[in-house]
Design a protein around this ligand. Structure first.
Ligand code: BGC
Length: 767
């Protein structure tokens, strides 16, 4: 069922009524993160209704022993799961000794807002408790961007017409479980705790993976705006609470400011945790919630100044893109090369919080264009640093001589995924990693990364492809058998066009670049050959194979075939499927899905997206018109790519519909699963759909191109791009499109195919 309770607003996400059936969805939608930690929008006070409690510390995982029906050789031993971390946001409230619980209270008023300009989450609820006392709870919280271990909460309880005894207990608690534990393992080990006046700390260690994590809180209480020290501390093993109990007269208010969060061994050695977070708490409590919020706003201002996309005339579309940009910035800041972007970020447990091809295929362009180049480099380094593990991973499957297969899912470079049809067969992921290296070179114009690190990754990848393909005597060409393409509604197919084409491209790219380097920098060429043990004959073999790869094609329809035999399917269009049977993956048996022609996400069309210059627009049109009608877009990654391609075909209104789907996928819950968490990686696809779709941005031959189109529903849109040390702004209105150099050096740009040099004085317009 689609959600439609989120109110539209250009900068805020708003829910203005309480419905117990939408609590879990809202817990996802109102999630907070700061790149180092994050949590779902769980209530601070106890809630006995349906809820999905989730708080997460970046990079801290538990290797949960693999559970499969039937073991296959080559399966990884564990699935790394980002662990549900101890609770630091909790505040129990009692009124006349009875617990305050929204599930049992009568709710009069309920409103939450997430202010994307400041990262502030606020919730106000007026209720009558089960014992007949009316009160209002107001809670605000944010996770600071300037101090990644720190989150701030201001929580108040105010009585209405009756007096009552109120007890308010901010606590930290480590008795936490993951929803998706395979064997009911205890993920956390208790390592100790401590407290003094207004500070409390719990020490835990993850079992097996041995990450240390401390959970802490510091508190200040206020009674009718005056600081109050009338509270006590209650400790049991794994839980520390400060408790303040007062008799409040009508209209009196009690407030607690709670500063807390996590520090992990990825940030500081365990020995230093206590002193480190204690200092943070002291400074934070002294500054106070409101002053810290001002600092937070300044940090978000900086982010928005570069990354905002403004859309005039269509609030739904505006809210959608800002929500996506906001969540991407909450998930990954690019500061720590050990971290990456999990498909659910800090908003849920599905996908284990690990790294997928999503990062390179979808997220990379966003971070490259809205952040400093080092952030993109950190993402590339993540895979470079995992090269040895990728080689090891391939060798477990029988590949040799430095062939590298990057994992489908990983936390630390090791494969975690354990469905044979994906783990062993969804090998196209290797090409996305290669493509990101190409994308980085194309975007930055810098070749050093390729020469020193990128080529090492590429050679591993290419060695894998050359071993994974085999020569078919019947076809007299090289084939790649037994694969799963991006469309996971097909498994174990032969000659998935996308995979074959991407493999061919990898081989060609490496051969071309090596030849260039030989010509321009023979010393570097020699160093690469020596470092990687390359020989002329090996590279010649790559060339020969790149020419000889089989690419399935059907001349009758004028399309590339998604895989051998695709046309044997019962080719009924997706529009004929009754809406009660969608999404298919929640209604059909897997067997029925596999035999159907239905496509989960761009597959052949993913190839057209990556390699668009290799094909004519007629080819794009044929393939788009052939495949899109079978596509059910049941992966969050699907609509964005279709938006870009539709825009390339000049079908701006169709692109607009795809745009709404991708940008509001979670806000409107298109795939009926937002309660599990947000689709963070696909949010970067939303950004792509505006920048590359409606903005028509491309990087070619060391220049940046724009060919804008405006959907009918919009009066205008604009965004900024950080390209080679220059910040360029594109503004598109019904009258014209214009480009402005906001910062940096003059830059060569093409607007609707017309070239100009954009400098500080000039701004170019095109009617
Ligand atoms: C998609 C994959 C994607 C994964 C994580 C799956 O549903 O089919 O392409 O990597 O989700 O986002």
């Amino acid at each position: 069922m689609r959600l439609n309770y989120v109110k539209t607003d250009p900068w805020k996400i708003i829910e203005d009524s309480f419905n117990p059936n939408q609590v879990e969805a809202s817990e996802s939608i109102f999630s907070l993160g700061n790149g180092a930690m994050g949590h779902r929008a769980n209530f601070e006070e106890q809630y006995s209704g349906k809820t999905f409690q989730g708080s997460y510390a970046a990079g801290v995982y538990y290797p949960d022993k693999t559970k499969v029906g039937w073991w296959k050789n080559g399966y990884p031993k564990y699935f790394a799961k980002v662990i549900n971390a101890p609770n630091w946001i909790g505040i129990d409230v009692y009124c006349n000794k009875a617990v305050v619980d929204l599930n049992t209270a009568t709710i009069h008023d309920f409103r939450r807002t997430l202010d994307m300009q400041s990262g502030l989450y606020n919730r106000t609820v007026t209720l009558t408790t089960s014992k007949g006392i009316k009160l209002t709870i107001n809670s605000s919280r944010f996770l600071t961007l300037f101090q990644e271990e720190l989150g701030c909460i201001k929580y108040s309880v105010k009585l209405h017409e009756h007096e009552a005894q109120i007890k308010i207990c901010p606590y930290i608690d480590s008795s936490i479980k993951n929803k998706d534990s395979n064997w009911n393992d205890q993920f956390w080990e208790y390592m100790g705790q401590g407290s003094d006046d207004n500070f409390a700390i719990l020490h835990n260690k993850t079992s097996k993976s041995e990450f240390d994590l401390c959970t802490y809180q510091g508190v200040s209480f206020y009674l009718n705006s005056e600081p109050s020290g009338a509270y006590s501390c209650k400790e049991i093993e794994g839980r520390i609470a400060f408790e303040m109990e007062v008799n409040l007269a009508p209209h009196e208010e009690i407030v607690v400011e709670k500063m807390g969060g996590y520090c992990t061994s990825l940030q500081q050695p365990q020995k230093k945790h206590q002193n480190h977070v204690k200092k943070i708490v002291q400074v934070a409590l002294q500054k106070g919630f409101d002053a810290l919020l001002d600092l937070q706003k300044k940090q978000w201002d900086k982010i928005w100044e570069m990354a905002d996309i403004s859309i005039e005339g269509d609030i739904k579309a505006q809210q959608g893109i800002r929500f996506n940009i906001f969540q991407l910035n909450q998930t990954y800041t690019g500061k720590n090369p050990l971290l990456n972007i999990g498909p659910k970020g800090f908003t849920g447990e599905k996908y284990g919080g690990s790294t997928y091809w999503d990062t390179e295929a979808y997220c990379f362009p966003f971070y490259m264009a809205t952040k400093n180049e080092l952030v993109a480099e950190n993402l590339l380094n993540y895979r470079y640093n995992h090269l040895e593990k990728a080689i090891e991973n391939a060798s477990k499957l029988g590949f040799t001589d430095g062939a590298a297969l990057y994992p489908m899912v990983t936390m630390n470079g090791e494969e975690c995924h354990n469905e044979w049809e994906i783990t062993f067969e969804e090998i196209h992921r290797n090409a996305a990693i290669a493509f990101a290296i190409y994308n980085y070179e194309r975007y930055t114009g810098k070749t050093v990364y390729f020469e020193t690190k990128g080529i090492d990754v590429l050679v591993g990848v290419v060695r894998f492809w050359t071993q994974r393909m085999n020569f078919s005597v019947q076809k007299n060409q090289y084939v790649i058998l037994g694969v799963t393409g991006p469309n996971e509604y097909e498994n174990n197919v032969d000659n998935n066009w996308y995979t074959n084409y991407a493999a061919k491209w990898c081989l060609e790219y490496v051969c071309i670049r090596l030849a260039q380097i030989l010509k321009e920098k023979p010393n570097v060429h020699k160093a690469i050959y020596d470092r990687l043990g390359l020989s002329k004959s090996e590279v010649l073999d790559w060339k020969e194979k790149s020419i000889g790869i089989y690419l399935p094609y059907d001349s009758r329809h004028g399309v590339f075939l998604q895989q051998d035999g695709f046309l044997d399917k019962d080719l009924k269009k997706a529009s004929l499927i009754p809406s009660t049977q969608r999404p298919l993956n929640q209604h059909w048996s897997w067997d029925r899905i596999l035999r159907s022609p239905y496509i989960k996400q761009a597959d052949v069309l993913q190839g057209f997206y990556f390699f668009e210059d290799h094909f004519s627009s007629d080819q794009l049109k044929n393939n788009f018109d052939f495949y899109e009608p079978y596509t059910v877009h049941e992966s969050s990654l699907s609509p964005s790519i279709h938006a870009v391609l539709a825009a390339s075909l000049g079908r701006v209104e169709q692109a607009y519909n795809f745009y709404l789907q991708t940008s509001r996928l979670d806000l409107d819950d298109y795939n009926a699963e937002v309660d599990e968490g947000l689709h963070i990686t696909s949010m970067a696809g939303t950004w792509i759909s505006i920048v590359e779709g409606f903005g028509g941005m491309r990087i070619k031959n060391d220049a940046i191109y724009f060919s804008p189109q405006l959907p009918k529903a919009w009066d205008s849109f604009s965004f900024k791009i950080n390209f080679r040390n220059s910040v360029i702004e594109l503004s598109v209105s019904k009258k014209n499109s214009s480009l402005r150099l906001i910062e940096g050096v003059p830059v060569s740009v093409f607007l609707n195919k017309k070239q100009v040099i954009l400098n500080a004085e000039s701004s170019i317009k095109h009617p």
